[in-house]
Design a protein around this ligand. Structure first.
Ligand code: NDP
Length: 487
């Protein structure tokens, strides 16, 4: 098998197997080939990982923050050095084109480790003058963090959670999605090689039940999940039973609003990136593209012309920019939404079929699909599809576009294209979304907080904001005078 790791789990600085655990296979979505066979972690394995994290965390929290930062920076350098091998592994595990994984996965993880590596030594409390006496605050870690990932950006998600958690002095037990279990193990090896003490970053494989066990563990202080809204609801409910801190990065159905005065080709580029990158398997995608009536036909014509140029094929070929979907289940889900769009009367502009790539007959390919004349009530306009399916909706007035863009339970992201700067800021201020773009879409630099409003999530990843979610404040009052008492 092409990508078989030494063992399924990484606990206390070493690979470990748990042969009693439910078998778990990783498949290459372009061929259906089994690339690794693993086992889910049973309760004993989860408990061992949490115990190792508890012990490791004490050592790590006592390590000077600048030294913690140095370890993260070293891990970032190792990720960069091994970027090609890590990208190939990520392509095998997810099916995403190598063209993307070379720049967007381990590379984004390295950037995140660099950012928090640099911040680690700067994390301080404050001094509060009380007139004679004073108070100060200490920024302290939370303890053991349970981090649970989705399958679309496996190593990036692992780094986006591990880097701020570790910078603040926490230890992590990471559970990857059972569909993409491999790259987190490589991250564990790299962090250890970079000097992270044993037990500070552990990986346990498993299905939802392993995640649930981790979330309910009494020695876990915080849960950070990237996943769907239904899983987020379950995880928040479980975490509430033991009052754990929670960060939830969940799904979306985000609007991208294109006004008549927009730069047409830039708006089309953004709509393509917002729907077809990673075959549309991105949480923040702008899947509801509201186009003002005046440029609608020109927009659709340009979009169809450019989408026809998408090169679909073997994801390992760097010239290919459209790979397969991640799993059979995802493939069935996406194609059933395409059928729903046709049945509900949306106009198919391009795509709309299960694609066949000759040399990869078992690949889970779907042609990038654009529906126009989509109405707000249609299923494809309301539910997260998580595939290469763009819905184009018409609008006439600004207020109307904002109201319709907000008419969803989601609130992850939003974008606006216009040359009118006043309108751009006014529209963004009116949108209920946690991450927004003006005249671009889906750029997520590590410095910028990322996260959702409404059902799309709680808390923020990246930027200084994430520090608030991986640390807690201790307030200390220091009396400089005598202590008065009533008697
Ligand atoms: P899921 O919600 O199905 O799974 C997410 C993770 O949670 C997986 O590791 C899963 O394990 C685990 N899990 C499932 N049930 C439980 C449970 N009861 N307790 C604890 N853990 C559990 O999401 P997908 O993996 O299918 O990812 C796609 C979803 O993720 C989309 O909705 C997408 O929008 C969202 N997403 C959000 C992002 C964001 O930053 N906002 C970024 C990327 C994706 P297992 O896989 O074994 O079932």
């Amino acid at each position: 098998m092409r990508a078989q790791p030494q063992a399924s789990h990484f606990i206390n600085g070493a690979y470990q197997e748990d042969l009693h655990g439910r078998p778990l296979e990783s498949l290459y979505p372009a061929t259906g080939e089994v690339i690794a066979r693993l086992h889910a972690a049973g309760s004993e394995t989860v408990n061992a990982a949490v115990a190792a994290a508890r012990t490791g965390q004490k050592i790590w929290a006592a390590t000077p923050p600048v030294e913690r930062g140095r370890v993260l920076l070293q891990a970032a350098a190792l990720l960069r050095e091994r970027n090609r091998a890590l990208s190939e592994l990520e392509t095998l595990d997810t099916g995403k084109p190598l063209q993307e994984t070379l720049v967007a996965d381990a590379a984004s993880g390295a950037e995140c480790l660099e950012y928090y590596g640099g911040l680690a030594g700067t994390l301080t409390g404050e001094h509060i003058d009380l007139g004679g006496s004073f108070a100060y605050t200490r920024r302290e870690p939370l303890g053991v963090v349970a981090a649970i990932g989705a399958w679309n950006y496996p190593i990036q998600i692992a780094c986006w959670k591990a880097a701020p958690a570790l910078a603040c002095g926490n230890a992590v037990v990471f559970k990857p999605s059972e569909i993409t279990p491999l790259s987190a193990l490589k991250l564990a090896e790299i962090l250890q090689e970079a000097g992270l003490p044993d037990g500070c970053f552990n990986v346990v494989q498993g299905f939802g039940e392993t995640g649930a066990h981790l979330v309910s563990h009494p020695d876990v202080a915080k849960v950070s999940l990237t996943g769907s809204v239904p899983t987020g609801t379950k995880v928040a409910g479980l975490a509430a039973q033991t009052l754990k801190h929670v960060t939830l990065e969940l799904g979306g159905k985000s609007p991208l609003i294109v006004f008549d005065d927009a730069h047409l080709d830039n708006a089309v580029s953004a709509a393509i990136n917002a729907n077809f990158y990673s075959s549309g398997q991105i949480c923040s995608n702008g899947t509801r593209v509201f186009v003002q009536k005046g440029i609608k036909e020109a927009f659709l014509a340009r979009l169809a012309e450019r989408t026809a140029k998408a090169r679909m094929g073997d994801p390992m070929d760097e010239a290919v920019d459209t790979g397969p979907l991640v799993s059979q289940a995802q493939y069935e889900k996406v194609t059933s939404y395409i059928e729903a769009g046709k049945a509900e009367g949306a106009r198919l502009v391009c795509g709309g079929d299960r694609a066949r790539v000759e040399e990869l007959p078992d690949g889970l390919f779907v042609t990038p699909t654009v529906f126009a004349d989509v109405a707000d009530h249609m299923t494809i306009a309301r539910e997260e599809i998580f595939g290469p399916v763009m819905c184009v909706l018409d609008f006439e007035a600004e207020d109307e576009a904002v109201a319709r863009a907000n008419a969803t339970e989601f609130g992850l992201a939003a974008g606006v294209f216009t040359r009118d700067i006043t309108r751009a800021h006014r529209v963004i201020a009116g949108l209920n979304a946690g991450t927004c773009w003006i005249n671009t879409y889906n750029l997520t630099p590590i410095q910028m907080p990322f996260g959702g409003m409404k059902h799309s999530g709680i808390g923020r990843e990246n930027g200084h904001a994430a520090i608030e979610h991986y640390s807690q404040i201790k307030s200390v009052y220091v009396e400089m005078g005598d202590v008065e008492s009533a008697y």
